[in-house]
Design a protein around this ligand. Structure first.
Ligand code: FEO
Length: 178
């Protein structure tokens, strides 16, 4: 059992994770339109990963006999972005998620809600990994700018990473290229 306040905040985070999924789906679509299939697959893998995050929270709420209250998911930005801008937007977004998760942990600790605090530790660790991965990719891309050689190399690398994420179960059945 968790407090009504914690329940409401966790529902807000479910919405943020679903928005993240939506956001990466939009980037995946854009990358595919730009003929960067590896980049597209990587964003698609992130899309499924974010859905899994939302479902992890959903399951926690249900297990705590709390209400799941699904709110509208905002539309992702429709700007036409370069790959560099997509990755910069990804890092900025993940940093916002990190702040939100830390806020939830702060609240759980203030309430002495140990169960939710422990549950959220997984997300704290996950955010460190996500930010580090995106920062590393971004760092390499910045060495090349958006030059074709760099983009093609990155496309290949991200294709490999997407396959690894799929093997780890982060992606759904529809991610595979036709
Ligand atoms: Fe679920 Fe990428 O934060």
């Amino acid at each position: 059992m968790i407090s009504n306040d914690m329940e409401s905040r966790m529902n807000g985070q479910v919405n943020m994770e679903l928005y993240s999924a939506y956001f990466y789906l939009a980037l995946s679509s854009r990358a595919e339109s730009g003929s960067l299939r590896g980049v597209s697959d990587w964003f698609m893998a992130k899309h499924f990963e974010e859905q899994a995050h939302a479902m992890k929270m959903y399951r926690y709420l249900k297990n705590q006999d709390a209400e799941v209250s699904l709110q509208p998911v905002a539309a992702p930005p429709a700007d036409d972005l370069t790959v560099l801008q997509m990755l910069e937007a990804t890092l900025a977004h993940e940093r916002e998620v990190t702040v939100a998760i830390h806020g939830l942990v702060d609240h759980a600790l203030a309430e002495k809600d140990h169960a939710t605090s422990i549950f959220l530790q997984w997300f704290v660790t996950e955010q460190i990994e996500e930010e580090a991965t995106v920062s590393e990719i971004l760092g390499r891309l910045r060495l090349f700018g958006d030059k074709p050689e760099g983009l093609l190399m990155l496309d290949k690398e991200l294709s490999g990473m997407a396959a690894t994420m799929a093997q780890a179960g982060a992606t759904g059945p529809t991610v595979a290229a036709a």
